[in-house]
Design a binder for this molecule. Structure first.
Ligand SMILES: Cc1ncc(COP(=O)(O)O)c(C=O)c1O
Length: 361
């Protein structure tokens, strides 16, 4: 046993205790609630689900055959959809996999990456696995980037900076001038646009101009395919070639590829749901804003972060909602200890969440 432990890479030898997402069945059992009564607003998933057209597409897909390692169909369809040459595009098993692959390609143990705190946890998660050092650069009081601090950190030779825009969990967008300022710093700038379709703000059109810009997107949010695991990146052609070189050959499943293509072909339907989600977000923001002791942050994504008077209140609200089968998100990060994040649900779910929250408050 000790021999095995001593063989495990040093940076991974301690298993970190993390709080896993609790499955719906577990919560239902624990609180004696029917599974279909649970309201899941903790994963920024799409409450309207995928396009119905993916069912047929999946049935027709050649499930017994390995997928094309070069993802030609997916990349061609994305080329038509995005009007960006497919040489700049690569698919991944969720954008999470592409984050991981970027670490594999660029980061040796000990290399430095920049994380603009608070932000999406996957960047520091992958950094740990890769043995990278992470410099957390605090966002300012509005959660905007501190460009001067980032600029100052370049004296320590960071390789990659990750920018979630809109930022998960704060919901704010990074301005194009800020991204351009970062691109001048000679580091790889990864702009994670997982929530792009809820706001239309993108820097993807800059990709052909810059050799250090990577943009990540996903089908998990706007297209309702979170469980199928499919995302894509838009990046310089040589980075695509290197990622194709190192990724596992069949990383995107046949089913996921078919469902993604069917989603692109049914985007009008999916964008109607995106509009519903944006309206649901307005409703949540306004209602939260009306509650004494709560202040929500404006959000360009499909969730709203809100502040409570203190961290005790935040945990109390979180626990009470959970015991009633309403699941939202709390945070370990000190800067977010007074905050909770709610994902936009269907209209009835949003109303139930707000009414229950008002009762609790
Ligand atoms: C900023 C950000 N990037 C990436 C992801 C993961 O997306 P995917 O499901 O494509 O791995 C999420 C999911 O919550 C996210 O918030």
């Amino acid at each position: 046993m000790d021999i095995i432990k001593s063989m495990i890479r040093k940076n991974l030898s301690n298993i970190l205790t993390y709080e896993p997402v609790e499955p719906i069945s577990l919560i239902a059992n624990k609180f004696g609630i029917d599974e279909d009564q649970i309201i899941k607003l903790n994963g920024n998933e799409n409450p309207y689900g995928p396009s119905p057209k993916i069912i047929d597409a999946i049935k027709r897909s050649e499930i017994s055959i390995y997928p094309d390692p070069f993802q030609r169909n997916l990349r061609q369809e994305l080329e038509k959809f995005l009007k960006i040459n497919s040489d700049h595009i690569i698919g991944g098993a969720g954008s999470d996999e592409l984050i991981d692959l970027l670490f594999k390609l660029f980061i040796s143990p000990g290399d430095l990456v920049l994380d603009c705190d608070p932000t999406f946890g996957m960047y520091s998660f992958c950094a740990r696995v890769a043995g990278a050092k992470v410099e957390k650069i605090p966002r300012n009081s509005n959660f905007d980037l501190d460009i001067n601090a980032i600029r100052a950190s370049t004296s320590r030779n960071p390789k990659i900076i990750f920018i979630s825009s809109p930022n998960n969990p704060t919901g704010n967008i990074c301005k194009i001038d800020e991204i351009k300022a970062l691109l001048d710093l000679n580091i790889l700038v990864v702009v994670d646009e997982a929530y792009y379709e809820f706001n239309g703000f993108s820097v993807a059109n800059l990709v052909p101009e810059f050799d250090n810009l990577v943009v990540l997107r996903t089908f998990s949010k706007w297209a309702g395919l979170a469980g199928l695991r499919i995302g894509y990146g838009i990046m310089p052609k040589n980075i695509v070639l290197h990622l194709l070189d190192i990724k596992s050959p069949y990383n995107v499943s046949t089913t996921a590829e078919s469902a993604a293509i069917a989603s692109l072909n049914d985007s009008a339907y999916l964008f109607e749901n995106v509009e519903k989600i944006k309206n649901g977000k307005k409703y949540l923001f306004n209602k939260l804003n009306d509650i004494d002791g709560i202040s929500p942050y404006p959000s360009a994504a499909n969730f709203v972060l809100f502040n409570l008077i203190n961290s005790k209140k935040a945990i109390e609200i979180y626990n009470k909602l959970r015991s009633k089968g309403i699941l939202i998100r709390k945070f370990n990060n000190v800067r977010l200890e007074k905050c909770l994040r709610v994902s936009v649900g269907t209209d009835p779910h949003n109303t139930t969440f707000i009414n229950t929250l008002m009762d609790i408050m």
